[in-house]
Design a protein around this ligand. Structure first.
Ligand SMILES: [Fe+2]
Length: 304
């Protein structure tokens, strides 16, 4: 086979792969996960975990899909940030989430709520982190988003704690501002998780190990995070090549333990749920072997 023909086939394969990856980025998927952290005898709770929506005003298909998630009738929504990807996205996000804002909710923000997205080399994600962050980009109107969430009654967990009672279940929360920007103030929220609560949940945008270590050691039952996009461009049968933070690739998405090797009854360990997220940076609207997702976490009773 001639070199020109091989080159032509290579280009064709590349274009086909990119075309597929652009399609997969819109193949929105609901994942269902059982999380056994309730005390014995309590009614199960339906928790919708949303993350990394990265909304732009033109994404009507994404808006329709997210809006329809309200049909799940969650008892609680946990939003782990990166809602925005455009300076005009706040009203779109609020109208998309409107039916979900009627449910109790908690939230933290991520770097993409604070700063406008910028084009970046997609291969940079695969390189070692050089510590640069796009904090010189123009700020997004995240305070308007915050106001919308607060007016709906959602509880902000930015470097603070909170509590909710849903049915007969008393939930205690702690959260941090985005660890990817080093905005997390762990001393402000660290300390033993409230012993009187039925369930203790910790929330962060980016699952950096220092944050996971602290919340697990403090006795939180589960830590809920996003940011990784599940690796976004993954290898079939192998998985993520990066988490865009210091979490190992094997836990780029889904339900795991923290520390990774711990068992559910280990003291000083927690469940860790990482969402692969609904969206992508608007300049890299591709996913491969890693569908965009939201997760319905069903909290069930502990097995012991
Ligand atoms: Fe994100």
């Amino acid at each position: 086979m001639s070199f020109t023909r091989i080159l032509g086939l290579g280009v064709l394969a590349g274009v086909a792969t990119l075309g597929y990856a652009a399609t997969e980025a819109r193949a929105y998927t609901l994942r269902r996960v059982e999380l056994p952290i309730l005390p014995a005898g309590q009614r199960s709770l339906r928790v919708l975990h949303l993350s990394d929506i990265h909304m732009t005003p033109d994404q009507s298909r994404k808006q329709d899909w997210v809006r329809r998630l309200a049909a799940l009738q969650p008892d609680l929504v946990i939003n782990t940030g990166d809602n925005l990807a455009h300076r005009d996205a706040v009203p779109v996000v609020l109208s998309t989430l409107e039916p979900l804002l009627e449910a109790p909710g908690v939230y933290v923000f991520g770097s993409n709520d604070y700063f406008e997205p910028a084009p970046r080399n997609p291969f940079r994600y695969l390189m070692p982190d050089d510590g640069t962050r796009a904090v010189d980009s123009p700020q997004l109107p995240w305070k308007d988003l915050q106001r919308g969430f607060e007016e709906a009654g959602w509880t902000g967990l930015t470097n603070t704690t909170g509590s909710l009672t849903i049915g007969d279940t008393a939930l205690a929360f702690a959260g941090v501002d985005d660890p990817h920007l080093s905005y997390d103030d762990l001393p402000a929220v660290s300390g033993p998780a409230p012993a009187g609560a039925d369930v203790r949940l910790a929330v962060a945008h980016a699952p950096y190990l220092r944050v996971l270590d602290q919340f697990a050691a403090d006795g939180y039952d589960a830590i809920i995070a996003g940011h990784t996009h599940g690796g976004q461009v993954c290898l079939p049968f192998k998985g993520a090549l990066t988490t865009n933070c210091d979490l190992d690739n094997a836990r780029a998405k889904g339900l795991h333990r923290h520390p990774a090797e711990s068992a559910p009854d280990d003291p000083g360990s927690a469940w860790l749920h990482v969402s692969a997220g609904v969206g992508t940076n608007p300049y890299t609207r591709i996913r491969f072997a890693c569908r965009p997702e939201a997760t319905l976490l069903t909290l069930t009773c502990r097995e012991n």
